[in-house]
Design a protein around this ligand. Sequence first.
Ligand code: ATP
Length: 984
Amino acid sequence: MESKQPAPTRSSSRTKNVPAVAAQPPRTTRTRAATTKASTPAVPTVAKKTASRKPLLNRENAIDVPPTATKPGSKASAATRKLPSKQHSNEDREPIMAYLRIRPHLGDDESVPQPYLTPLSDTAVRMTDPHDHQNNLSRFRPSALPPSSIYTFSHVFPPDTSQSDFFTKTTLPLVRDVLQGQNGLLFTYGVTNSGKTYTVQGGAKEGSAGILPRTLDVIYNSIEGLHGDGRFRPVRLHGVEPAEPTDSKPPPITPEPALAEVLGQHLDVSAFDIDIDPTTLKVDRNYEYTVWISYAEVYNEKVYDLLASVKDDSPENVEGSIPRANTGKSLLLTRTALPLKPSPASDNADITIKGKYIAGLRQFRVHSASQAKALVKLGQLHRRVFGTLANRESSRSHGMVIIKIIRGHRGERDDPAALQISRLTLVDLAGSERTKHTHTTGDRLREAGNINKSLMVLGQCMDVMRTNQRKLAISLSQEGVGKEGRMDTRDVKKGLAVVPFRHSKLTEALMDYFIGDGRAVMIVNVNPYDTGYDENSHVMKFAALAREVYITPAPAPVHRIPNSVTGLGKPHGLKGKEVGPLTLKGPDIAPNPYRRKVTISMGSGTKSTEAILEVLEEDEPNDEPDEDYIHDDPINPLVDTLFDEIESLRMQLFEAEMRCAIVEAETREEVMREMEGRMRSMEKMYSKRLMAELEQNELKTDAKIDMLHQSGLFGSPAKKAQPRRVSNDTLEEENDVEECLIETNREGEKECEDFALTDDESDSTQRRLMSLSPLSKKVQANQTNTTLRESWEPRKFVSHKPLPPNENTKPIETEQDGEYDNVVTDDEFGGREYNDAEQRDDYDEEDWAPTSSAHNNRIPHVKTKTTQRMAGPSLGPHLHKRSATLPDVPLNKVSLSKLQQEMEDLSIDGPDDSVIIIPTKKYRAHLQKPNHDEYDDIGAEVHAKKKKRQLGKMSVMTEEQIEKATIAVTKNDNLKHIKRLSGR
Ligand SMILES: Nc1ncnc2c1ncn2[C@@H]1O[C@H](COP(=O)(O)OP(=O)(O)OP(=O)(O)O)[C@@H](O)[C@H]1O
């Protein structure tokens, strides 16, 4: 072939007929075997040189490109930024570069005030769970992740890193590669709000342009004056074909009129000339370049074209019927998913890497950086319009900007086989947060699930690639295996796992990069003020995994067009296959499974507009496979079916794994919640019990005080209101007895002080109070009775030490009935008959609790702590109407009042002026046959409650009855006289 211009700087004189031979060996070859070998970590790789390889790059030939002439006032007029020297390894394989960018603190509304990420060096950070600081007493961690970990990266960028510095260190090497014929991939990974979009697109402030606009700036700065004539256009993944005349038209940079009107926004191209990166790279000036841009998104596991136009094709949409902004009418937008197809080998014989391309993706030849930025902006607008969470500015889809550069030698302008096509793909991934954190349902759940699926598959792919590489390295390092003492790589490769690229559209679209079609750079964005420690940990782990995956980037191949398509007029690929631009259709459009409404607000303040859009997402057309594809890979129905089966099984496995992961996470949370709930309810129960005990104690104390009150020891107002008419003798006697009782009480008090409770003894309060219950009185009465038997000595009231609390549960020995024969008969009590029922009543009425009227005249509470221990039992009605000696009973306030009341009814004077109380027959029997069951705590409590209920039933002896009893007792010869203690 004849060159129109000599190409003195070319390192080889490649012609159409002569296979290109690399004068300078490329870093690697494209053959499978070489690629595999090169990716082996343990074995030094030797790049196999293919004879057909053209010299791809001659860096020595590159000349300095003067800085691009820029508009006055723009930043581009600044000196050309110094490009950091490119570090090329002698090794062909290289790991995926992983850069960490830490987002700065944005304001007070951040959920975690202190960052939980601490940079340790330029390449390492420590991440510590903030919850451990906040709740370091907790023994339980809901997370299975370690509370603190160190992660390493290719480089760590602190929060104050400028956009310009970040671009220079991470993306500029890729831009240089793409200008020199090398493919490149850059993707951002991180949870929502971590700064992915800011990193890729940039902010609103001057100087905050992201890596995408800067990339465009640098490309156009560098190829200034070297633009090609655009006779060819890229097609599929590696192909090129003659361009159409329409390709030379400027690309659309404003939304379609219908959409623009709805959104109320027109893109201003001049706005993109403000923030320009002035960096210029050296390029080979023997070549001329044309730049093509496409913008796709992967949303809900479908690929859409973001640069497809929104057209009003339907006849229904006549002027006036198109919904306007703020009209409340919904606009129906339809878009069709694009299929991914395998790149045919016919595109270039040299290519052995089988990638996939997005069939039908529109691409535009762009002449300037501002045009390119405007085009990208339009794509972002469409992405926002079609995004489910459009109003929240949150990326729910994976955005892919694909920049293709066709490089052709000036001397071989007409030779399509001499063209070289390189690709740079910048991917802004959706947030990696999990479904449970987004609280999504329905469509959103599906969307979140698909986002996670894509990212999970990306992680799985990396994991499998890493495992395969390790396996391969280990196998190849084993000597003496296989024939001739060498390992056959084919044997090894048979045992390798299949990388699951086909499990998600995202990995399917990017797979060629991971198998050696170019360099890959991963940017990990982290917001250290975010509450999602677990999510960020997963992101960090993902990055660590990516760093262990080695790829062998091959230079972009020189294009070789098969003869069948070299002829002009036989365009191949895009024409006729263009699929589904965004179209406005009437509301009567056929229903589609994925139809949703989006309300979108644009602008702010008075200029803000809001529109309801209805989005109809059609499935990708079920086209017949490409002819090329058929030609390349003849279909065997059985194999195809088996592949499909494998695919569906894989999908099932994947879904099952995902479900398991979600269930595990949910179960962990549920268990935590349940434990928390139980602990809370236990706490509640115990505090309730405590309160109940306190109340009970207070009630008992009140009851005792009321009884004292009733007995007149505290000068009952009721008594004052109804003074008794008694004789002087009676009063004297009463005073004597009262003095005696008070004396007794004082002693009792003194003794009780020995039993004063401390706070720590609060739980024993209940037990002690129980000892004051009627049951305990019975026990003590039994003891009293025993004492009574031992000595028939009538005694005066004397105080005794109170019984220890537990003594009331001891079995008490009693004597047989009938031992106390010196009793007053019923007849002697005025002939009163006591039948069983009455006796039962008497028994029941044995009580220490106040009457209801007494309750109404309560005196102030006595604190539980100072409550005095009951020193002795109330003798109760069981002791009435029968002669007996006064038991040796210690008394306290309560028993005093009770005793006083009982004595009022039943007491008699002993032989030497002592007061004698006579137990009844039934009571004796009761004493003799104690019911031990009653002495356990529960029984006592039940009994105490029963007594309490009977407060109102307390029988009151009338004065008349007392008189009668007195007369009856007086008649008894053995007894001298009866002293009345009190009366009512
Ligand atoms: N390095 C930074 N400097 C200043 N502001 C930043 C930086 N990174 C992010 N921001 C701000 O943080 C906010 C969130 O960033 P961004 O929208 O880029 O997050 P994202 O990860 O893309 O979220 P999503 O996944 O939801 O789209 C934005 O207001 C952005 O301006």
